[in-house]
Design a protein around this ligand. Structure first.
Ligand SMILES: *Cc1c(COP(=O)(O)O)cnc(C)c1O
Length: 437
């Protein structure tokens, strides 16, 4: 049976958004292959999370494993200051070939949150270079999520995020209402009215607008209209504000387009990618920018871009990303994501009839059941494990973002479990645990 020291884990190891006094239950995983996680009990679970939206090609993919093994033997890490290497050059070539074509420069970062920090710093240094030092605020929309570091937190939803916890340590940014118009619909007349008013009145203080394109993920599990995003681009141009698109969750096919900004046929000035960049094998993210942004930064008093992490462009991570992007470039993801979308639309639909369900939403390889109450993540997780699947609900959302390689039988097991568990849930009558992440 179990060889894992769960008691040590509970006493000494933090897990995401967890308490050391009341540790949330954890499941030991000993191996993973394809879409299956093997627990230390020997049980196998079909994974509906892609390990937080990253593992798009499934676990143990031969190409990625081979690329990493080969890289490990040759050069696992070397500093990037004054040194360069083939894996980084190959990766940036591949990234620029796939990304919106106005983006020409790449900064390789350690994680999504850091890519967001870098994007915000780029915007500030850009305006210093254009002698517009007053442009130092970041504008965003409510219900966003951009990461857990301090600058990233400052642009997360100000009420559901961590602003109140850290008070003055979180920079004061500007928040417009969350986009209301659903994906696929004509823009609701006043949806961007307040955003435009803020830009009109305060653009001289605004360096950049940051937004998750099309899908507001961890803050809302909401898909909004491409027309809204198109309007955001127009407003940024009109008021001379840089547009930062956070494609960390949406990049590499998740919403049915390679990048979600393609739904709106627009290009950002700065773009963040992460999560699925390495196929979910190892941490790596990137911030891409245009020639104009890079040139503004060069004109700034510093003259250089002031960031340089110790493990920048880690060759092992670059090798994994190269193998993952090579798979993406082959294009199979398009049929896979389209098939997942069609099947989820069909199989999740019955949940819409439950009284505790507010809405069922599907876009690309993302399927969401929104409930009318907050769930106990730990409790529901156990229900899912009983049904042989790995799904991690949070707040009012039961959702899946499966690996693109999932077959229809395994996907049916996931959707059936989601519908069954949604049916079991009830709005709490007494106080209950609030769970995060
Ligand atoms: C996950 C996520 C981040 C943060 O990425 P980390 O790698 O967890 O730091 C930022 N933005 C979006 C949209 C995300 O989904």
């Amino acid at each position: 049976m179990s060889n894992l020291d769960y008691s040590f884990d509970q006493q000494h190891i933090w897990h995401p958004y967890s308490s050391m006094r009341f540790p949330t239950p954890t499941f030991g995983v000993t191996a993973a292959n394809g879409v299956r996680l093997t627990l230390d009990s020997g049980e196998q679970l079909v994974d509906g999370t892609s390990s937080w939206w990253a593992c798009i090609h499934g676990y143990g993919h031969a190409d990625i494993v081979a690329a990493m093994q080969q890289q490990l033997q040759q050069l696992s890490h070397v500093m990037f200051g004054g040194i360069t290497h083939q894996p980084a050059i190959d990766l940036c070539k591949q990234l620029l070939a796939l990304a919106p074509n106005n983006l020409t420069k790449v900064f390789l970062a350690d994680s999504g949150s850091i890519a967001v920090e870098v994007a915000m710093k780029m915007a500030l240094q850009y305006w210093q270079g254009r002698s517009a030092n007053t442009k130092s605020k970041i504008l965003t929309v409510r219900r966003g999520y951009h990461g857990d570091t301090f600058a990233a937190m400052s642009v997360c939803d100000p009420t559901e995020g961590m602003h109140s916890m850290f008070g003055a340590n979180v920079a004061q940014q500007l928040f417009a209402p969350a986009p209301k118009t659903p994906f696929g619909e004509q823009l609701i007349a006043d949806d961007t009215a307040e955003l435009e008013q803020m830009l009109a009145e305060q653009h001289q203080q605004i360096a950049a607008l940051i937004i998750e394109p099309i899908m507001q993920g961890a803050g809302a599990m909401w898909f909004y209209s491409a027309a809204y995003l198109k309007r955001v681009r127009e407003l940024c141009d009109k008021y001379q504000v840089l547009l930062i698109l956070d494609e960390i969750a949406t990049g590499f096919g998740r919403t049915g387009k390679l990048f979600a900004c393609e739904h709106a046929d627009i290009q950002p000035d700065i773009m963040c990618v992460g999560k699925a960049l390495t196929g979910g094998y190892i941490s790596l993210a990137a911030t891409l920018c245009s020639d104009e942004v890079a040139s503004g930064i060069s004109d700034s008093p510093a003259g250089v871009f002031m960031h340089g992490p110790t493990f920048m462009a880690n060759p092992l991570a670059c090798a994994a990303a190269n193998a993952s992007l090579t798979l993406i470039s082959q294009g199979t993801w398009q049929q896979q994501v389209a098939a997942i979308e069609t099947q989820m639309q069909r199989e999740l639909a019955p949940a819409a009839a439950f009284e505790q369900v507010v809405a069922v939403r599907v876009l690309g390889a993302v399927g969401v059941i929104e409930l009318n109450h907050t769930v106990d993540t730990g409790k529901l997780q156990q229900e899912f494990v009983k049904r042989g699947v790995w799904v991690r609900p949070f707040s009012r959302f039961i959702y899946i973002m499966p690996p693109y390689v999932i077959n229809s039988e395994d996907l049916s097991q996931l959707t059936a479990a989601m519908v069954e568990v949604a049916k079991l849930t009830r709005a709490p009558t007494t106080s209950q645990f609030i769970s995060h992440g």
